[in-house]
Design a protein around this ligand. Structure first.
Ligand SMILES: *Cc1c(COP(=O)(O)O)cnc(C)c1O
Length: 454
């Protein structure tokens, strides 16, 4: 793990780094745009907060009515380096003017190779690695499964309960929650299984006991000899930021290694400095065979990667992997700049700073409000799980209505918060690493008010 304690240099922000509410939310221009949208955009593409963004910079979004929102979601952990981060924008702009599309499977270009080199260097594990670049997280998951099946000659794919892996046909089957992700969209890809995972707040199991339960399912229900891969988010994202119990993930990895099962870490949400390490696997001593990267890799441009042991990745024959836009040169140039910015601005340390500032504030909320069941997460990936009043020490009944109420309250104050969780009762925080301590203190105050008003 690389680290630097160099403080971030002062940045010139093109949008003032403060929340500001100047109209009702959504404002009149947003409402007019929304009416246009409803006429022509498919209803399935919902909008959690229909304010229309005109520009964004650092940790702040500015809408078409001039309202400014402190962004605690960063486009679901995408703009980890900050919105329109200047060096990333400059690198992408330069690439745009020199090579907009190269078609890596016909005539290659250097930036694709650079991204693969950086991934080989920064993903966990000290062995030869190779990468494939694609356009989206779901496409990375699809390719990891495809490669694992070719490498092992086996059919079955295991994911965990509460997992989220995407919305394509195969990844819908791998995602745990039916509504809204897969309900009515079947039939689904066969040979996909959900094993029980580790959710300490709800199952109370030690890492060893939770792993034994997972392994029992894999061995008895699927059979190790038929299992191509186990795909795991080291900290589950959409599922609710569950940090597995100590020892859980290493036990699964040992079992996979012993049984010839490809261990795939879906680090699409947890990767790229989000948790204070390049990859969250590092916190658990995990060395996956294959690591998936997407969301934060290119500062907002679409890019995703499958990186794995060279012998596994090379199991796919020439021509077996690829796609028209995969590894687009503009996105690759942005990704190279993101890796540079992680070093230059000490962003691993910034993620740890966010943890050090925000976690105690969330713990104060837990001490004060009995509906806050648990504070969890690592680095700039933190969450609170809400339970019905009076149930925190008993049934821990999920409090699903609290989360939309808090999100709505915060939106009116100019703070964008995101929900998560199989039960919809988790507030997740994954700000850009440009968020300041003052922003986090301000956010905690607003959540405190919202909790008091429940
Ligand atoms: C977002 C996400 C995906 C899917 O990525 P898309 O780019 O939306 O296809 C897969 N896995 C995890 C853990 C994610 O957070």
């Amino acid at each position: 793990m690389t680290d630097t304690t160099t403080p971030a240099p002062p940045a010139e922000y093109t949008v003032p780094q403060e929340r500001r509410v100047v109209t009702e939310i959504p404002g009149p221009k947003s409402r007019a745009l929304h009416a246009r949208r409803e006429a022509v955009v498919a209803a399935g593409v919902s909008s959690a907060l229909p304010v229309y963004i005109a520009r964004a910079n650092g940790a702040v979004l500015e809408d078409v009515d001039g309202n400014r929102f402190l962004d605690l979601g960063a486009g679901i952990g995408v703009t980890t380096v900050g919105h329109t981060q200047p060096e990333v924008v400059a690198a992408a702009t330069a690439a745009l003017g020199s090579l907009t599309h190269g078609m890596a499977t016909i005539t290659p270009y250097e930036s694709y190779v650079q991204v693969a080199e950086l991934l080989a260097q920064h993903t966990p594990g000290d062995f030869p690695k190779k990468s494939l670049l694609v356009n989206s997280g779901a496409e990375a998951v699809e390719n990891a499964v495809k490669i694992a099946r070719k490498a092992t000659g086996r059919r079955a794919v295991a994911a965990l309960e509460h997992a989220y892996h995407g919305r394509t046909n195969l990844t819908m089957a791998m995602t745990f929650k039916a509504m809204p992700y897969s309900a009515g969209f079947g039939p689904f890809a066969p040979d996909v299984y959900h094993a029980p995972g580790s959710y300490p707040f709800r199952d109370g199991l030690s890492g060893a006991d939770a792993a034994a339960r997972t392994i029992l399912y894999l061995e008895k229900h699927i059979g190790a000899s038929d299992l191509a891969c186990l795909v795991v988010e080291p900290i589950q994202g959409e599922g609710g930021f569950m940090v597995p119990a100590d020892g859980y993930l290493p036990a699964l990895q040992r079992w996979c290694n012993d049984n010839g099962v490809v261990f795939v870490a879906d680090e699409i949400q947890t990767g790229m400095a989000r948790t204070g390490a390049y990859y969250a696997s590092e916190h658990f001593g995990l060395v996956p065979d294959v690591v998936l990267t997407a969301k934060g890799i290119a500062g907002g441009l679409p890019l995703a990667a499958v990186t794995g042991r060279a012998e596994i990745m090379d199991a796919a024959h020439p021509g077996g992997l690829g796609g028209t836009f995969g590894g687009n040169p503009v996105a690759c140039a942005a990704a190279v700049a993101v890796f540079e910015q992680i070093e230059a601005r000490g962003l691993l340390a910034e993620a740890r700073r966010i943890d050090a500032t925000f976690r105690p504030l969330l713990e104060q909320l837990r001490a004060k409000h009995d509906v806050v069941g648990e504070v969890r997460g690592i680095g700039a990936m933190l969450a609170i799980e809400l339970v019905e009043p009076g149930t925190r020490d008993t049934s821990r009944t999920p409090h699903a209505t609290a989360v939309p109420a808090i999100i709505a309250h915060a939106a009116q104050q100019g703070v964008l918060l995101l929900s998560a969780g199989t039960y919809g009762n988790v507030l997740r925080f994954l700000p850009s690493l440009a968020v300041t301590d003052a922003h986090l203190e301000d956010t905690a105050r607003i959540i405190d008010d919202a909790l008091a008003a429940l």
